[in-house]
Design a protein around this ligand. Structure first.
Ligand code: SDX
Length: 427
């Protein structure tokens, strides 16, 4: 029996179908609402609005649950690699050994950039933000690589070409910003080792691959790989709904991720912690500022639209910080400040009542610092991790028969009709 929701408007009853998901999540299907009632719904930020059915990621914000294709994030962080998790997100299944080998070969084959793309980098000012460069370079791929065809094999190669090259593009942006020689990807290194080597290898001091740091980077990217319908994924789906090519669509996702309220928060967290350390701000001052509604200051890395408890990724990230810092035998004072901030905030009624807990960005910056990643590259690291999720969500969107071009409505609050006033009458 189809479950329905009853709406009464001006004494008239309307029955709207209810859609139920795998985990019992429910939605009222309002696709016929305007045509039947003349009304639309109003939900800035879409906090109460489902834009699609999706089988990729499941989150329960109240219980702090996150699963990719049904597998808990804790198990993937413990046992998987970033490349294997990317395969799982995009195809829906964990790869066989043969599929994983074939995927790794493609990732290696696709890792160099077209030599002519280097000219783009050389014409950016040295202080150009790498997120702007990355968004532009991914968009430029459309001009160098074949357009997406409907042939499954070709589409899979396009996904792997993007996943492989985004890593090379990021490292190249960093090296060129330093005026250092570009380090090319090596066929003998795995995905994460290759990235670290391209970032830090020096002629005089060859980069030493440390398996523990490579593991930490795998976990970092696994934790960022997808997160259902977040801001940047919504941007990817909206842009993709107009049948834009995948490169321009992913470029839009990178731009949406850049903001400090979204993926840019990891950079904002470290800037905030450095501010506290430099200005000798007390933890109490910081918490008081975050609680003051007149003050625009927010405790960056805290709060989440969906999680109303501890972000499960933040728990894992915090553990990885300890592992990496003890491995490199460094004590980061910012970690101590972050831990004190968390302790005070989680015992403060303001944060408890508003369900404000650390999110994935709160500790991720500290771990990236420990890996040697510069602060302005933090959101680039998030983008590399999120790319398989964007691809999986884009693929699901463009192959979903229910998908239509994104075109929301509005409540108009402007002028009533009025006539044009010729300039000579305007004074
Ligand atoms: C990511 O959506 C995703 O899944 C995103 C992400 C992913 O993997 O894709 O998880 C990645 O973007 C994580 C979030 C990173 N952003 C930050 O850490 C920035 C700081 N956080 C806030 O800006 C905020 O919490 C958001 C943007 C994350 C969520 O904002 P919401 O859901 O719109 O909540 P809100 O702004 O309406 O806040 C509710 C209340 C407000 O107070 P009142 O108006 O009710 O009095 O809580 C307050 C807010 O002022 N509040 C904060 C706060 N976050 C919310 N107060 C102080 N510090 C904060 N961090």
């Amino acid at each position: 029996m189809q479950e329905t929701a009853k709406l009464i408007i001006d004494g008239k009853e309307y029955l709207l179908p209810v859609i139920e998901g795998t985990e019992g999540d429910k939605a009222i299907d309002i696709r016929s609402l305007r045509q039947n009632t003349g009304y639309i719904t109003f939900d800035p930020g879409f906090g109460n609005t489902g834009t699609c059915r999706s089988a990729i990621t499941y989150m329960d914000g109240e219980k702090g649950i996150l699963r990719y294709r049904g597998i808990p994030i804790e198990q993937l962080a413990e046992h998987s690699t970033f490349v294997e998790t990317a395969f799982l997100l995009i195809t829906g299944q964990l790869p066989t050994r043969e599929e994983l080998t074939r995927t790794s070969v493609h990732l290696n084959d696709f890792s160099p950039l077209h030599e002519n793309m280097k000219a783009f980098y050389q014409n950016y000012p040295p202080k150009a933000h790498p997120m702007g460069i990355l968004s532009a370079m991914v968009n430029a791929m459309r001009s160098y690589y074949p357009e997406l065809t409907d042939i499954e094999e070709e589409m899979n190669k396009t996904y792997l070409r993007l996943i492989s090259k985004i890593r090379t593009m990021a490292a190249m942006a960093y090296r060129i910003s330093l005026g250092e020689r570009v380090v090319y990807p090596r066929p003998d290194l795995c995905y994460c080792s290759n990235f670290l080597n391209m970032m830090f290898d020096k002629v005089v001091v060859p980069y030493k691959i440390d398996p523990d740091l490579v593991r930490a980077l795998n976990v970092f990217w696994i934790l960022h790989a997808d997160h259902e319908q977040n801001c940047s994924t919504t941007a990817v789906r909206v842009v993709g709904s107009g049948k834009v090519n995948i490169y321009a669509t992913i470029s839009a996702g990178i731009s949406a991720l850049w903001g400090p309220l979204h993926g840019g928060a990891n950079q904002a967290v470290v800037n905030m912690l450095e501010e506290i350390q430099k200005n000798g701000m007390t933890i109490e001052d910081c918490i008081a500022k975050a609680k003051d509604r007149e003050n625009p200051f927010k405790l960056m890395g805290f709060g989440h639209r969906v999680y109303k408890t501890y972000d499960p990724r933040a728990k894992i990230m915090k553990k990885m910080c300890d592992i990496v810092l003890s491995k490199i035998k460094r004590n980061d004072p910012l970690l101590n400040i972050a831990q004190k901030l968390e302790e005070v905030a989680l015992n403060d009624s303001f944060f408890v009542e508003k369900h404000l807990y650390p999110n994935v960005d709160f500790y991720s910056g500290i771990m990236m610092r420990a890996l040697g990643i510069p602060t302005n590259m933090f959101t680039v690291m998030f983008a590399i991790g999120r790319l398989p999720g964007w691809i999986a969500q884009w693929k699901e969107d463009v192959t979903d028969p229910e998908t239509k071009i994104a075109r929301p409505r509005q409540v108009y609050t402007g002028n009533f009709q009025r006539d044009y006033i010729p300039m000579k009458q305007r004074g």
